[in-house]
Design a protein around this ligand. Structure first.
Ligand code: HEC
Ligand code: HEC
Length: 442
């Protein structure tokens, strides 16, 4: 075919033979990179980009956290162009914020080690922010070095540190939920809460009370959808910060099953973190269920500038690459865990829903509240009126704050007690202990 074309172009038969020989000697695209090389380059590039986004990207949300809430003014304090006393590193650590030791220059680490850094001084917090060392918080500084605005990243709630240097100061652990973090108290510290007040139709004082009611390790992503801050029995409706590791292979996410990882990533980046991006989910037009979201068009957000959509791919890949960490061997009794495993897949029938090795159902992983024997308060705040079977790997990293979406069971023993009652399992005390050891070993 090629030769006939060449002949048609009146090139000599000799030239045609040469071209044919050259084409036949080489596989197609021989000059291009090998498929496998391109593949690995793509994987590494995407994962590295995804990690940057997860840790450092605030999707332009400084216009909200700084511009609207003026949170940076409360952080800086009046001595540094803000308002109030400012937030010292001590106060920041007290709110559960974490410091990334790898972001600090060696001299600063030395000075910290020798106790020569005043952790009671808000100016030190500003230095830490300028070094990008406060996990999940991005400070923007003007040319004079003054804190001009502040934004938040995914790492704020879904990363912690290993405390290698001191409590709250260490190396990053991406995907681990920060159960020390008092998100409500942090937002409540902002000088201007009028955005939430007008959205919810209440006073700023009421907004502040609601936020302070959340407590450490919790956040209420549904508040700006339905405006319901408490459960029918008057408790905070906020839920625990979940891990962002161990999610590969899992179909639906969030405790009430909003959607895939990437659905929820867009949801959070745009609606919760108030980044600039496109978000579409017409289920939010249901005014009965989501009155605030429906009235404000949260189900179809189309800003001029989109700083989110192009990042969803790499962000997704990075999250899926975060495996649940294995527990240290001294954290559980291996013999008991083995007996517990036999119960889990056998008589206690846990594996019916928590299917190993995913520990959730492959497929549509949702259940009615009645099936698991709890109230439907939080299920009804989601689109399916159901609860998602939690993938159980890495439970040992988030015992703080308790278990189930709202931490209603303080310990694994209480979770097991609940199942024993609800399913009439007839577990002995030893069975219960064995099951708990197994859960800690995952
Ligand atoms: C202010 C705290 C906070 C920030 C910031 C945050 N999240 Fe979350 N995230 C939560 C809470 C709380 C939930 C659980 C919501 C629920 O179950 O109702 C959650 C759930 C998730 C889930 C579902 C996990 C599961 O197994 O069900 C994923 C995935 C996730 N977040 C990813 C992200 C990404 C990506 C970002 C950044 C774009 C982000 N989150 C930012 C608090 C936060
Ligand atoms: C019918 C399906 C089903 C069965 C059977 C089941 N679970 Fe669950 N499990 C769930 C759902 C759904 C949740 C999420 C509940 C919530 O967050 O409110 C859950 C949550 C959990 C949690 C809390 C995880 C966390 O991070 O808070 C643990 C632990 C757990 N299950 C262990 C077990 C054990 C042990 C058994 C067997 C005795 C068992 N489950 C049987 C569906 C099931």
């Amino acid at each position: 075919m090629r030769c006939r074309n060449v002949q048609r172009a009146l090139i000599s038969v000799g030239a045609c033979a040469l071209v044919t020989a050259a084409v036949e000697a080489q596989p197609p695209h021989a000059s291009a990179k090998r498929f496998d090389d391109v593949y690995w380059e793509n994987v590494f590039d995407a994962l590295e980009r995804g990690r940057e986004i997860f840790r450092f990207d605030n999707f332009g949300n400084e216009d909200f956290w700084g511009g609207t809430l003026r949170l940076h003014e409360a952080i800086a304090g009046r001595d540094h162009g803000g308002v109030g006393a400012g937030v010292s590193p001590e106060a920041a650590l007290g709110l559960g914020l974490k410091v990334d030791i790898d972001a600090l220059p060696p001299q600063l680490v030395q000075a910290l080690r020798r106790g020569r850094v005043d952790l009671g001084d808000p100016a030190v917090t500003l230095s830490l922010l300028s070094l990008d060392a406060v996990v999940g918080v991005r400070g923007l500084f003007d040319d004079a070095g003054r804190l001009e605005s502040v934004g938040i990243t995914c790492a704020l709630c879904h990363s912690t540190v290993d405390d290698a240097f001191a409590p709250g100061i260490g190396r990053r652990l991406d995907g681990w939920p920060n159960r020390d973090l008092d998100v409500g108290a942090i937002i409540a510290a902002a000088p201007d809460l009028s955005f939430f007040a007008s959205l919810l139709g209440v006073s700023e004082d009421t907004v502040r009370d609601v936020l302070l009611d959340w407590g450490p390790g919790k956040f209420d992503a549904h508040l700006i959808l339905d405006g319901r801050p408490t459960t029918p029995d008057g408790k905070t409706a906020a839920v625990l910060l979940p891990p962002a590791f161990g999610l590969a292979g899992v179909n639906l996410h969030t405790s009430n099953g909003w959607g895939s990882v990437t659905h929820w990533n867009a949801f959070v980046a745009v609606l919760e973190m108030q980044g600039k991006g496109t978000f579409y989910d017409p289920r939010l037009e249901d005014a009965g269920k989501f009155p605030i979201a429906a009235a404000n068009g949260f189900g179809n957000v189309r800003p001029e500038e989109d700083l989110v959509t192009s990042k969803l791919g790499p962000l997704h890949l990075y999250q899926l690459s975060l495996q649940a960490p294995r527990p240290p061997r001294d954290l559980y009794d291996a013999e008991a865990a083995k007996r517990g495993e036999a119960l889990f897949v056998g008589r206690a029938d846990c594996a019916r829903c928590h299917v190993p090795p995913l520990f959730t159902e492959p497929g549509w992983n949702l259940h009615t509240p009645e099936e698991i024997g709890i109230d439907g308060n939080h299920a009804q705040r989601g689109p399916e009126d159901r609860y998602r079977t939690t993938p159980l790997r890495g439970l040992w990293t988030h015992v703080e704050g308790g278990f189930y979406h709202d931490g209603r069971f303080a310990t694994l023993a209480e979770v097991i007690e609940h199942y024993d009652r609800h399913f009439g399992l007839g577990l002995s005390e030893r069975d219960k202990r064995d099951l708990a050891e197994y859960l800690m070993s995952l």
